[in-house]
Design a protein around this ligand. Structure first.
Ligand SMILES: Nc1nc2c(ncn2[C@@H]2O[C@H](COP(=O)(O)OP(=O)(O)O)[C@@H](O)[C@H]2O)c(=O)[nH]1
Ligand SMILES: [Mg+2]
Length: 199
């Protein structure tokens, strides 16, 4: 049997761009910095203008992967940047704040923007997850039904609840996305090999 493990020699193969989208103040920058270990003082985070990029290097299934986490400001005046923001994206995280139902309702717009971009640029299907942030706060406004409705409407398969501030389980959605990307690449490689072998 041929070994179809993906090549590890090209540095560039291992950079994964992940887009984090959601309204301002839902905690996108906090989640990204918390995951990358750069959240020394949450009060130091200023309002993102345009785009914040956070880099996190992980070892995943024995290979080094560099995650480039692009965190997009929700403000309307930056929407024109969406093309640059999404170019080359490999996975998407839609973030809402569990204490503010409006932030979930508003995600529709980000999902539509993203899906339009991906369709217009002939991207293959990429992993997308829904993330509810501020799990440490008690006053959740979002019900299980709201979440299920959203996921069903948009055919999003995974939802995570996190607290960026307490660093509670922020790594889970990122790891899920990397798993999905890696599995997809591996099955694509296997498929190519089996096609080749059938000649
Ligand atoms: N209680 C709580 N506050 C959070 C959490 N994540 C972010 N925040 C706060 O929410 C505000 C907005 O966070 P920020 O990361 O700048 O949001 P962004 O605009 O989506 O990037 C800041 O005051 C954060 O400290 C969380 O998990 N729990
Ligand atoms: Mg921000």
């Amino acid at each position: 049997m041929m070994n179809t493990t993906l090549p590890q020699n090209s540095k560039h193969d291992n950079i994964l761009k992940i887009a984090v989208l959601g309204l301002g103040s839902v905690g996108k920058t906090t989640i990204s910095k918390s995951y990358s270990g750069e959240l020394d003082d949450p009060n130091q985070i200023s309002m993102t203008k345009g785009v914040d990029i956070t880099v996190k290097r992980i070892v995943h299934q024995g290979r080094t992967v560099t995650l480039q986490i692009w965190d997009f400001a929700g403000q309307k005046q930056f929407r024109f940047m969406i093309d640059v923001f999404l170019r080359g994206v490999k996975g998407v995280m839609y973030v809402y704040d569990i204490t503010d139902i409006e932030t979930l309702a508003y995600l529709n717009e980000f999902v539509d923007l993203t899906r339009n971009y991906l369709a217009n640029h002939f991207y293959p299907k990429i992993p997308e997850v829904l993330v509810g942030n501020k799990l440490d706060l008690e006053d959740s406004e979002v019900s299980i039904e709201d979440i299920h409705d959203f996921m069903k409407n948009y055919n999003i398969k995974r939802h995570f609840l996190v607290s960026g501030l307490l660093s509670g389980n922020v790594s889970e959605p990122f790891e899920y996305i990397v798993d999905q990307i890696t599995n997809k690449e591996q099955s694509l490689a296997d498929e190519l090999v089996s096609k080749y072998q059938s000649f």
